[in-house]
Design a binder for this molecule. Structure first.
Ligand code: MBD
Ligand code: FE
Length: 282
C-alpha cells in the first residue's frame, strides 16, 4: 500500500481542525506547535507507509514511557537534553558570554530539598560498604577568576551500584545529595563514595527503544552539579570520573572534554591531611 494523501486539501483542512485553528479558546502557541508536530507525524506516516499495527505498537511504547521517569530517561538518550544545551551554548556565544565551566545536562534524577552543608561535610549515609571513600573538593569562581563565597553547590550522584536515592528504594532519603554553601574562599570539600556509572533498566521501555536503534543505555561514572550565586548565571553541569569505559560513549551525550576529571588516589590520608588539605577526614 503506497497511498500519499498528506498534501491533499482534505488532509490540510483536517490538520487545521485537529489543531483547533477554527476555535477561539486555547493557546495560539500550542496550536502552532501541535499543528507542526501532528502534521510532521501525519507526513511521516505517509512517507514511511506506517501501518496501523506499527502505529498502535508505538502507542503502547509511549504509554509505557509515561510511567515513572521513563520519558525523562529516553529524552537524553534521543539527544533532546544535549540539543537544548547546544542551543543555550549558542545563545551564550551570541551574547558574548564566554569562559567558565561548560554546562551539561541535568538528567531526570535531581531531587530538590537536599540537606545543606556549610563548606564541608559528608554526603553518604555510610551504608554502601562496597563504596570506596571519595573526597570531592572545589572552588566556585566567577568568569574573572574571583572566588565566590556563599555560592550554593548542589551535588547529587549514584552509589557504587549506579543507583540514586529516591529512585532506588534501597537507599535512605537524600543519600548522596547535598546542597553545599561555599566558604569565605569560595571552596567546598565533602566526603562521599565513588559513584558507579548508570545503566538504563534492561526491561524498561527506554531500553526497548534503544535496542531498536542498536544502542546501549550506559552512562559513565559522573557527579551532577547545580551552581548558583546571586547576580550570576545558574550553572547546570557534571564531572565525569576519568577512566570509565563509557566516558566518551555516554548514551545521554553529556560528556565534554573539560569536564573529565582524573581523581587522585589517596593512600595515606593522614599525610594528605598534614599537607594542609582542608577536607573532612572523618
Ligand atoms: C542518569 O544518572 C543521568 O544523569 C542521565 C542524564 C540519564 C540517566 C541517568
Ligand atoms: Fe546521573
Amino acid at each position: 500500500m503506497t497511498v500519499k494523501i498528506f498534501d491533499t486539501p482534505e488532509v490540510q483542512d483536517f490538520l487545521q481542525a485537529v489543531s483547533g485553528f477554527d476555535q477561539d479558546g486555547g493557546s495560539e502557541r500550542a496550536k502552532q506547535i501541535l499543528h507542526r508536530l501532528v502534521g510532521d507525524l501525519f507526513k511521516l506516516i505517509d512517507d514511511f507507509d506506517v501501518t496501523p499495527e506499527e502505529f498502535w505498537s508505538a502507542v503502547s511504547v509511549l504509554n509505557a514511557l509515561g510511567q515513572g521517569t521513563q520519558f525523562g530517561l529516553l529524552a537524553p538518550g534521543l539527544g533532546f537534553d544535549h540539543y537544548l544545551d547546544m542551543r543555550m551554548d549558542a545563545a551564550d556565544a551570541e551574547a558574548g558570554r564566554t569562559g567558565g565551566t561548560p554546562r551539561t545536562i541535568e538528567g531526570p534524577l535531581y531531587v530538590a530539598g537536599a540537606p545543606e552543608i556549610q563548606g564541608s561535610g559528608r554526603m553518604d549515609d555510610g551504608t554502601d560498604t562496597d563504596g570506596e571513600a571519595m573526597w570531592l573538593t572545589g572552588q566556585v569562581r566567577d568568569t574573572d577568576g574571583n572566588p565566590i563565597a556563599g555560592a550554593k553547590v548542589e551535588v547529587w550522584h549514584a552509589d557504587s551500584k549506579g543507583g540514586y536515592s529516591f529512585f532506588d528504594p534501597s537507599q535512605s532519603e537524600y543519600n548522596l545529595r547535598r546542597s553545599i554553601i561555599t566558604d569565605a574562599d569560595g571552596r567546598y570539600a565533602v566526603r562521599s563514595i565513588i559513584p558507579s556509572g548508570y545503566g538504563c533498566p534492561p526491561d524498561s521501555p527506554t531500553q526497548q527503544v534503544l535496542d531498536l536503534l542498536g544502542r546501549h543505555g550506559q552512562r559513565p561514572a559522573h557527579i551532577h552539579y547545580f551552581i548558583s550565586a546571586p547576580g550570576h548565571q545558574h550553572l547546570t553541569t557534571q564531572i565525569n570520573l576519568a577512566g570509565d569505559p563509557y566516558t566518551f560513549d555516554d548514551f545521554a551525550f553529556a560528556t565534554r572534554d573539560e569536564l573529565v576529571v582524573a581523581g587522585q588516589r589517596i593512600e595515606d590520608a593522614a599525610a594528605i591531611e598534614a599537607s594542609g588539605f582542608e577536607g573532612p577526614f572523618t
